[in-house]
Design a protein around this ligand. Structure first.
Ligand SMILES: *Cc1c(COP(=O)(O)O)cnc(C)c1O
Length: 410
């Protein structure tokens, strides 16, 4: 038997049926028309936003990094919940604007922005987080072409990283941002080039469950922003402190307690270096806001035995939920939390089973040697923590199966 990650504490059942957003899993599938289905409970997202607001300084802005889940109804809901969207492509810009987010609350990061994306963003009044000197040059040229003053920030590749992160995005050689040693020079060139200077974007890591590491990184980030601003000789209207709040996906993971982070930030914002006194501060989060709200529901097609091992074959797979298969940025494959949705709360029985997707490839494993109640054809398997990096971060074209259905609840 291999353990699985913890099921988020707010999920319960009624008469053995998993409830999502107060509805039974089977009725959700009926409502959506079929499996596989992603169901997103906005009540859970809203509670997470409240948890953030309660713990953090009032002045701190909360941004949603929409790549975690860009499902249009979810984005429309998020417009009312957060202070800004962070995007990373022209396509995401279109989605953010269509959802109703104001352009001056959108910031556009990501390496490899094309000239047409720069022009569209500058024309719309979206802030561009510059990833290189070359991009800075192209942004000024694009601005001249569309006849607008560009709103520009500089994304800094910090000389530190967020320790213990699931995905490292700062520290050392990186394709993201401009090395800290050159960031001030780029900012000065943009200001001299006539840009509307927006400030710094400093993102040092993702998927972190250690409050102390996050606190340390935020302190270093504020110090770096102050040092760079002093060198430029210009106060930054906004300092985006990055994010990194992680989720408890795997066995042994504990849910992140954000309260100590809020306490530390409170005192950091009370004792800011002079040049940052008038700056706004933001944290950008993806998975932490929406990940726990999603459940992936997939139906059992077959139960078969090979050399003593039982395989439960479902109609979903890594083409929808790549992360649960262990092929999205993790080094070792571990089990996401899962359950038999129509036998929720029942005790595990019999030998552990391996839950595989319907793709004809050995990497399509959703759960390895997991302890489940008895499973039969037609049962519904629920995979939790499916609200972020699911449908939009999986190779849906692979093997020609249908796209997943999605449903927003609450
Ligand atoms: C991906 C990304 C995020 C969101 O990361 P999560 O781990 O989902 O919170 C935030 N900011 C930037 C710059 C990113 O690339």
């Amino acid at each position: 038997m291999k353990p699985m990650g913890p099921i988020p504490p707010w999920f319960g059942g009624e008469e053995g049926m998993l409830l999502v957003g107060g509805c039974g899993a089977a009725s959700l599938v009926d409502e959506a028309g079929d499996t596989p289905l992603f169901a997103y409970d906005m009540g859970i997202v809203d509670a997470q936003v409240r948890r953030f607001r309660d713990a953090m300084p009032d002045a701190l802005h909360l941004h949603y990094a929409i790549k975690a889940n860009p499902y249009a109804p979810l984005l429309a809901h998020m417009v009312g919940q957060v202070d800004g969207f962070d995007i990373a492509s022209g396509g995401e810009m279109d989605m953010a604007l269509a959802a109703g987010m104001a352009p001056d609350r959108i910031s556009f990061a990501g390496p490899g922005k094309r000239d047409d994306e720069l022009r569209a963003a500058i024309f719309a009044g979206v802030t561009i987080n510059l990833e290189s000197e070359g991009e800075g040059r192209r942004a000024l040229a694009a601005a001249a072409q569309v006849g607008k003053t560009p709103r520009l920030a500089v994304r800094v590749n910090p000389n530190f990283d967020l320790k213990g992160s699931g995905m490292r995005m700062g520290g050392g050689a990186k394709p993201f941002g401009v090395d800290a040693e050159r960031a001030a020079m780029l900012a000065r060139a943009m200001i001299d080039g006539g840009a509307d200077w927006r400030g710094w974007h400093i993102f040092a890591g993702s998927q972190n469950l250690d409050p102390l590491a996050i606190i340390e990184t935020q302190a270093a980030t504020i110090a770096l922003a102050a040092r760079l601003s002093d060198t430029v000789g210009a106060a930054p209207p906004l300092v985006n402190l990055g994010g990194g709040f992680g989720l408890a996906y795997f066995p042994g993971d504990e849910r992140l307690d954000i309260r100590p982070i809020g306490v530390a930030l409170d005192s950091a914002l009370e004792t800011l270096p002079d040049i940052l006194q008038g700056s706004a501060f933001a944290i950008e989060l993806g998975r932490w806001l929406v990940g726990e709200a999603g459940v992936y529901l997939t139906r059992v097609i077959d139960v078969k035995v090979s050399q003593g091992e039982t395989f439960v074959v479902v109609d979903g797979g890594l083409h929808h939920q790549l992360a649960a298969s262990g092929n999205f940025g993790t080094v070792v494959r571990r089990n996401y939390p899962m359950a038999v949705a129509n036998r929720f709360g029942a005790a595990p029985a019999g030998d552990p089973v391996t839950v595989v997707g319907c793709l004809c490839t050995p990497i399509d494993r959703l759960g390895e040697k997991v302890a489940l109640p008895p499973v039969a054809e037609g049962d519904l398997i629920a995979i939790f923590l499916a609200g972020a990096y699911g449908a939009s971060a999986s190779p849906t074209m692979f093997l020609g199966h249908p796209s997943p259905r999605e449903l927003l609840l609450g």
